[in-house]
Design a protein around this ligand. Structure first.
Ligand code: AMP
Ligand code: GLY
Length: 415
């Protein structure tokens, strides 16, 4: 039967999910609450509904009224606020973790405890609260450089500080401890190759969606502040399938089993951020949702209908994930100043024809029938071609035509 699906969220990740579902013959209508107007530029079955993602009553009202079959949640904030619990109580089918299970992302300390119990490798760490100022100083002074500091809570990838000197670490640690209700994690620096793994997890049932890699720093050469992500590509190596299996066996499955044993089973998308050091995977973090911008490059690779994968996930049924051959790569066009303050309302001009199929919109609004910028990450240009090199070329050829005042993008994604 043809499905009606609601996607909660407004960014590029949500647009990418909508694009994938739009291609499925099993999907009848796609609702985005609130989505962004760029979504309408390259999808057929979508419609935007002006409901705030935090307004669960109105979302449930929409689901009732439109006879929506499944809801998929993008942003972590909504998960942390308990949307999945609210939908389950109302008897609605939703893809995402409960509020309790979302702690795997929202509390780094919770995640560390689960990993310790499950025997999963991660950087060694200590947690400090405001009463432990003196101990922080002693501890930081005793550590080798660089020193990793993290806030214990949701930070959209922007809550990590890698300090190159003890002075910098001490001063940053005091700053973080001055923030009310904010514990501090001091973590061992892991020096290796970074991977992101995506899986649909339903209690002990795991479907691996494979690997992607994003570029978190704002500027070329990995310089500048950490952002939500400036570009991504997938697959990451020619060994992705073997590596994904290793990651599922060593990390995702034990963590899923442990959360089930704890009485806080995880359901939804489990995104594992990993560092491979001397052949061994260490977990950097878990996220309880699809990544942004990883989803924009990962989903176009799927040959298997996303609806079939979601159905298998919900039914805990066997699933075969097939990929189209080739590599997918995407680069984010961002507003000047991102990840800090930006100016909105710039026209989205292109010098020449651009195929909308290559665009995934995130920070855009409509002004008199035209798309304008609204936010830090404006859009992704994404392409899939026979090789990473060929998809890079396509993407940068398109980006060369953009003419958005004050925007910037990294020139070295996938290099
Ligand atoms: P997170 O928000 O935890 O994903 O961290 C953002 C980025 O900081 C990661 O993608 C890594 O590049 C880096 N990072 C975080 N923790 C560590 C660590 N322990 N060692 C080295 N790099 C790290
Ligand atoms: N790209 C990292 C994230 O979605 O958190």
């Amino acid at each position: 039967m043809s499905k009606r699906i609601l996607i909660v969220g407004s960014g590029g990740r949500e647009h990418a999910i909508a694009k994938a579902l739009d291609q499925s013959p099993q999907v009848d209508r796609i609702y985005l609450a609130p989505g962004n107007p760029g979504v309408l530029a390259n999808t057929q079955k979508t419609q935007l509904v002006a409901i705030d993602p935090g307004d669960f009553d109105s979302l449930l009202g929409l689901v009732d009224q439109e006879e929506i079959d499944w809801t998929i949640v993008g942003p972590e904030k909504v998960l942390e606020a308990g949307i999945v619990d609210a939908f389950r109580q109302a008897g609605q089918t939703i893809v995402g973790p409960s509020q309790a299970a979302t702690q795997i992302e929202s509390s780094k300390y919770f995640a560390k405890q689960v990993m310790a119990q499950a025997g999963v490798a991660t950087g060694s760490f200590r947690l400090f609260n405001q009463d432990k100022r003196d101990e922080v100083e002693d501890y930081i002074t005793s550590l080798p450089l660089p020193i990793v500091l993290k806030k214990d809570g949701l930070a959209s990838g922007k809550g990590v500080y890698i300090c190159q000197t003890h002075e910098e670490a001490l001063s940053k640690a005091q700053d973080l401890l001055d923030t009310p209700d904010q514990d501090l994690i001091v973590e061992e620096f892991l020096d290796g190759e970074e991977f992101s793994h995506f899986a649909l997890v339903n209690e002990s049932h795991v479907i691996s969606l494979g690997l992607a890699r994003d570029h978190k720093r704002a500027y070329d050469g990995g310089k500048g502040p950490n952002t939500g992500g400036m570009g991504a590509y997938s697959p990451v190596t020619d060994q992705d399938q073997a590596l994904s299996q290793e990651i599922v066996d060593q990390i995702v499955q034990p963590v899923a089993d442990q959360m089930k044993d704890l009485g806080q089973p995880f359901t939804g998308v489990l995104f594992t951020g990993l560092m491979r050091v001397n052949g061994q995977f260490y977990v950097i973090e878990f996220n309880a949702r699809f990544g942004d911008p990883e989803t924009q490059v990962l989903l176009p690779r799927l040959e298997t209908d996303l609806v079939d994968l979601l159905q298998a996930h919900l039914n805990q049924a066997e699933a075969q994930v097939d990929y189209r051959p080739g590599s997918s790569l995407g680069v984010i066009l961002a507003s000047a100043g991102y990840p800090g303050q930006v100016d909105d309302g710039k026209d989205l001009n292109w010098a020449g024809e651009v195929d909308q199929a290559n665009l995934v919109y995130s920070g855009v609004a409509e002004n008199q029938g035209q798309l304008v910028t609204k936010g830090g990450r404006i859009l992704m240009v994404q392409a899939m071609d026979a090789s990473l090199q060929a998809s890079r070329q396509q993407v940068y050829d398109i980006l060369a035509k953009q003419d958005v005042e004050g925007s910037f993008y990294r020139k070295d994604i996938g290099l």
